[in-house]
Design a protein around this ligand. Structure first.
Ligand SMILES: [Fe+2]
Length: 448
């Protein structure tokens, strides 16, 4: 009898781990709000306890916003009425049973600095192409997914947040031919233990590219795109997602930097269409779509940020990328670059993923303004050896070409008007591989 009691207590003690399949996964942490999600199993009722580190007696409980699709159960918690510049602890607790609470995690809200003090220095991480092997559904032969300890390394970074630049998981043939398959892949890959520490170490923002949207190179024609959007929004907590037309584009700010997160898939015409017809750019070949590009232009025009970071799954500026780049959508490429010049949009820096190597490509705009596209790839997927043709690109910053698994560590520092954005590509074990600095004062057009 005593043994049965012991077994029962052990079952209770360990079962919480079976109930919480994934999480906590921290979303954006704002001045007065934060969000966190879990993937849950079973039917128990859960809520989130949250309290300031300095005053545990101020503990509050928040209800779950639950969603279910097929057998997949997600719970999102929106923590509201927080204080700025404050450290909070939180944990998930079961309401209807004596299951023990989930593990405790922490976050710190940013300091409300506007009109009060200089913009705070900060750092963030970025990366793309995270492939996780599942042999029975993968191509036979050498596994495509590599060393997942990169996420352990990243979880130790004192960064404010992670920006996922697309191909954040890889739908296989067995996934993207059904709605269920899309949920299966995201649910399975997000629950892998190698990601556990990273999920709670910092907030997460994301855009997608083809492989976490649908089949390779897929665009507006994808027959499951509404479901893919639902999956994306279930597994990320971006501030908003697209417009009534659909899509997942959005923006956020951190300190004095604005981030414009683009959707390179939902509105995309096929890469196979000709770039130009009859000697002029093909008006029927768009990557972002009219509405999203107009949105971006309005956002850029309104932004007062020191750096305006535009993030896209596909490359922006690489003329020597034969396949998958805004260059091959010349109507939109010309429209965006002319807009930046004509409206004198200061401080623009582009970030992209997808390529299975990292590099920086720069274009000279008017007045010596150097517009650069920082491509970061791959977190864990196979690495691409760049061709001699690509290496001969005069726009390539040769010292920034990295052909091994890596992530971006970006830091913003300096006095007002003289801010510096430092980009480092960092290897799996945390070793700095290359770095480059962007000076706010160099990313300026002359005024009339
Ligand atoms: Fe891609």
């Amino acid at each position: 009898m005593r043994n049965h009691l012991l077994l029962f207590i052990l079952w209770i003690a360990f079962d919480v781990h079976a109930q919480v399949r994934t999480g906590p996964v921290l979303g954006p942490v704002e001045f007065r709000t934060a969000s966190v999600w879990y993937a849950l199993e079973g039917d128990d009722l859960w809520e989130l306890e949250c309290w300031p580190e300095a005053s545990p007696e101020a503990l509050r409980r928040f209800p779950a916003e639950e969603s279910r699709r097929f057998e997949f159960r997600m719970a999102k918690f929106y923590l509201t009425g927080l204080a700025e510049g404050t450290t909070y602890h939180y944990r998930i607790v079961c309401r209807n049973t004596t299951l023990p609470p989930g593990e405790r995690a922490s976050f710190r809200t940013p300091v409300l600095w506007q009109y009060r003090q200089p913009a705070p220095d900060f750092s963030f991480l970025a990366g793309s192409c995270a492939y996780f092997n599942e042999a029975q559904f993968d191509r036979p032969g050498r596994p495509y997914g590599g060393d997942s300890t990169i996420f352990e390394t990243m979880s130790k970074e004192p960064a404010a947040f992670m920006l996922w630049l697309g191909d954040n998981w890889y739908y296989r043939e067995s996934d993207y031919n059904s709605n269920w398959g899309l949920w299966y892949r995201a649910y399975r890959d997000r629950s892998l233990p190698c990601l556990g520490k990273f999920w709670k170490a910092m907030g997460h923002y994301a855009i997608w590219d083809d492989h976490d949207y649908g089949p390779n190179n897929e665009g507006a024609a994808f027959v499951f795109k509404e479901e893919a959007t639902r999956v994306f929004n279930a597994f990320w907590n971006n501030p908003s997602a697209g417009s009534r037309e659909g899509g997942i584009y959005t923006r956020f700010s951190y300190s004095d930097v604005d981030f414009f997160l683009l959707d390179s898939r939902s509105f995309r015409d096929s890469d196979e269409l000709p770039d130009s017809v009859g000697g002029v750019p093909n008006p029927d070949k768009r990557m972002l779509g009219k509405e999203q590009l107009q949105w971006l232009k309005n956002q850029l025009a309104n932004s007062k940020a020191s750096f305006k970071i535009i993030a896209n799954g596909s490359n922006f500026l690489n003329r020597f990328n034969r396949y998958d780049c805004l260059v091959h959508y010349p109507v939109e490429y010309n429209e965006l670059l002319h807009f930046i010049e004509d409206e004198r949009i200061d401080g623009v820096v582009m970030m992209s993923g997808d390529r299975h190597h990292s590099d920086v490509i720069c274009n000279n705009l008017r007045d010596g303004y150097l517009l650069c596209d920082i491509t970061n790839s791959a977190l864990t997927s196979g690495v691409h050896r760049t061709s001699d043709y690509e290496r001969s690109n005069p726009d390539l910053i040769a010292s920034m070409l990295i052909e091994q698994n890596n992530y971006t560590r970006a830091s913003v520092r300096g006095a007002s008007g003289e801010r510096v954005l430092k980009i480092e590509f960092v290897g799996t074990a945390g070793q700095a591989l290359s770095s480059m600095e962007f000076l706010q004062k160099d990313l300026r057009f002359l005024k009339n």
